[in-house]
Structure formats: C-alpha cells, structure tokens
Design a protein around this ligand. Structure first.
Ligand SMILES: [Zn+2]
Length: 95
C-alpha cells in the first residue's frame, strides 16, 4: 500500500480520440499530452466526465466564467473536508 496522490487532469474527447493532460489543455501550458484512439474508452470517459451546473458553476457544455483578470475560470471539485464542494477559480490570479 502507498498513499494516493491527487491527479489533476484535463480532457478533450473528439469522436473516438481522448486527449488528456495534467493541466488545462486550452490554457497554453498543458505540458505533455496523451492521445488515445479507442472508441469504447472515449464513450466511457465521455459518460464519466459529464458535470452538472452547481450553484452557478458551469457544467458540461456550458461556457466557462471569465475572471476579472481576463482568464477563464477553472471548475474545481473538492471531495474532502474542510473545503468540500464545487467551485470555479482562476489559476492566474487565484480568485
Ligand atoms: Zn483571474
């Protein structure tokens, strides 16, 4: 047994292709991209990654909010206390 480390991931699914990175893919500093062409995997990831709108935080298919600094805000889901919930935050200025 070893402790699990939290993994941030950004996904783009296009037809049967899944693109994944550990930073926002559309942010310009996504780093290494993983491309997988597999229809069943793409369908499963698409189903698993659908998100509802929560307290004004946009869900799947909705436009992201724009921060006062001009950057797009990123959806953040925190499962553990003390800050459990769904938020949107700006990675550029932290608001
Ligand atoms: Zn900002």
């Amino acid at each position: 047994m070893h402790p699990l480390k939290r993994c941030r991931e950004s996904l783009v699914i296009s037809d049967s292709v899944v693109w994944a990175a550990q930073a926002p893919i559309l942010g310009g500093t996504q780093g290494l991209l993983l491309r997988t062409d597999h229809s069943a995997l793409a369908q499963a990831v698409r189903r698993q990654s659908l998100r509802r709108s929560v307290r004004g935080v946009p869900g799947t298919g909705q436009h992201p909010e724009r921060c006062g600094c001009g950057s797009l805000r990123i959806r953040v889901e925190i499962a553990g206390e003390p800050k459990a919930g769904v938020y949107s935050e700006c990675r550029k200025c932290g608001r």
